[in-house]
Design a binder for this molecule. Structure first.
Ligand code: NOJ
Length: 517
């Protein structure tokens, strides 16, 4: 299949994830906001992204930083107003940047009126049926209904005053909805329509593999890698068929991308059958080590799986839930070189690429001091949690808050010392910087990849290297520790993530694009 101008925009898009709290703070309260994003849209357009995905900005007690939604049709005053979102949408569209918003259908906030109504009702009342309430087990029902754990640690059940228990696969402030109840499906169809009518281009679906839990809530068996019974149930696909039809009623190729952590590439592909979601995040690369064999397996398995259902791939190295890739790949200069090489490799492939804010600056995971940590999982498990990849972006200057906002003190998560060289301002003036590399990469991708086939051939290559050919584009990455000879097919150099190849050899921790004559 060839890229052509009739392809929907999302099929080959580069989408940049904005983590609202940490992108740009317009009012100096130390928390990023919608106006901050709008002000910085020219930066994103100049970087060359096609779309932004904005994480939840809805009214929320912020127990899980917005992934606990109390009202799906409004904006938290912390982040702005509905008018600010309208302004963001229109400015983005002027700049030819699409906007994807998050939808959180697996659970609401405990502050959501439905949950408050359920708490006020008695066991057996129909309003409780919108959530997963059950009697406990053991003497006086003092034990949880089953052994399911919360992703954030501890049991997935909390007890309410009248003795019943409710399910929360995440924080107790995030009660799971009961998708067997028709109110729930109708409500989310209406929420999607609300945002589509306002002009959003698509949705990122939180915990897309959740939603339906088997009605008999079978216990989790310890030997499963994924705690199976609560995930990836067949009924969830009906939800996405309904949403597909809804999206189709709008113009402009509106889309949805699912966050579906499934057990295999095949099960991921079930979410992107022709009448379901347009995309799912492909987390395989984000989970892979720095290894040519691992990367090869990711590319082959992904393309085979999406090919089965006639869908297109996505590629993801980072998001707000995982350790930043420069750190995963070893940190320091080596980690950064590898992160750049992985990005260059991923961008050669057919499909769409997701970037996480700060990836273009080569940021590393920050060691957030214990007293400043905010991730709910830290409070439930005592494990470090995800704060280290959520530290606000450094825009300018040499000390905190590095232009993140007009304030002087530390923002909601403290920014480290020594980030002066990593700011957008500092990197913009330096042609060797990671930001300059990403600008060049996105510009080159726009120039070189349209018209290339979706088929990818793995070429014979030296050990520790992976060489991919897509039409007349060849991409080689060297994951080893010494220079490696380029395959015979590599043509003229187009772009390198580090040192340019010399004498037909590619340096370690480096990737490069070549074009056949
Ligand atoms: C996935 C989101 O990416 C994560 O940040 C959140 O904590 C969980 N879903 C629960 O909503």
């Amino acid at each position: 299949m060839h890229i052509d101008s009739r392809d929907p925009w999302w099929r080959h898009a580069v989408c940049y994830q904005v983590y609202v709290r940490s992108f740009a703070d317009s009012d100096g309260d130390g928390v990023g906001d919608i106006r901050g994003i709008t002000q910085r849209l020219p930066y994103l357009a100049d970087l060359g992204v096609d779309a932004v995905w904005v994480t939840p900005f809805y009214p929320s007690p912020q127990r899980d930083h917005g992934y606990d939604v109390a009202d799906y049709r409004d904006v938290d005053p912390l982040f702005g107003t509905l008018a600010d979102v309208d302004a963001l949408l229109s400015r983005a569209h002027e700049l030819d940047v699409r906007v994807i918003v998050d939808v959180v259908p697996n659970h609401t906030s405990a502050d959501h009126p439905w949950f408050q109504e359920a708490l006020a009702a008695t066991p057996g009342d129909p309003v409780r049926d919108r959530y997963v309430f059950r009697d406990g087990t053991g003497p006086d029902g003092q034990e949880p209904p089953n052994n399911w754990p919360s992703i954030f640690g501890g049991p997935a059940w909390s007890r309410v005053a009248d003795g019943q228990w409710y399910l929360h696969l995440f924080d107790p402030g995030q009660p799971d909805l009961n998708w067997w109840n028709a109110d729930v499906g109708d409500e989310f169809a209406s929420v999607l329509a609300f945002w589509l009518d306002r002009g959003v281009d698509g949705f990122r679906i939180d915990v897309a593999h959740g939603l339906f839990k088997p009605a008999d809530l079978p216990p989790r068996e310890a030997h499963h890698r994924l705690p199976a019974p609560m995930w990836d149930q067949p009924e969830v696909h009906e939800v996405y068929r309904r949403w597909h039809k809804l999206l189709e009623q709008y113009d402009g190729d509106r889309m949805a991308v699912g966050e579906a952590w499934t057990a295999s590439a095949e099960s991921m592909a079930r979410y992107i059958r022709p009448d379901e979601l347009q995309q799912t995040f492909n987390f395989a690369w984000l989970e892979a080590d720095w290894s040519a064999d691992a990367f090869r397996a990711v590319v082959e398995d992904t393309l085979a799986a999406v090919g089965l259902v006639g869908a297109s791939a996505t590629w993801v190295l980072a998001n707000h839930d995982v350790v930043r890739e420069a750190t995963r790949y070893g940190g320091g200069a080596t980690g950064l070189a590898r992160a750049r090489a992985a990005a260059l490799t991923m961008m050669a492939l057919p499909g769409s690429a997701y970037l996480y804010q700060g990836q273009e600056l080569g940021l590393e995971q920050v060691e957030v001091p214990a007293e400043a940590r905010q991730d709910p999982s830290w409070f439930r498990t005592g494990e470090v949690g995800r704060d280290g990849c959520r530290v606000p972006l450094p825009w300018s200057g040499t000390s905190t808050p590095y232009g993140f906002g007009p304030g002087e003190g530390q923002p909601w998560l403290p920014m480290p010392e020594g980030w002066g060289d990593l700011t957008v301002e500092a990197q913009s003036g330096d042609p060797a910087s990671t930001l300059s590399f990403f600008r060049e990469l996105l510009r080159t991708r726009r120039e070189v990849t349209p018209g290339l086939p979706d088929a990818v051939e793995v070429l014979d290559a030296e050990p520790d290297t992976l060489a991919l050919r897509r039409g007349d584009l060849v991409c080689v990455v060297n994951c080893g520790s010494r220079p490696r000879r380029l395959p015979a097919e590599a043509g003229a150099i187009v772009l390198s993530s580090g040192a340019a190849p010399t004498h037909g050899e590619l340096a370690p921790d480096t990737a490069a694009w070549f074009r056949l004559a």
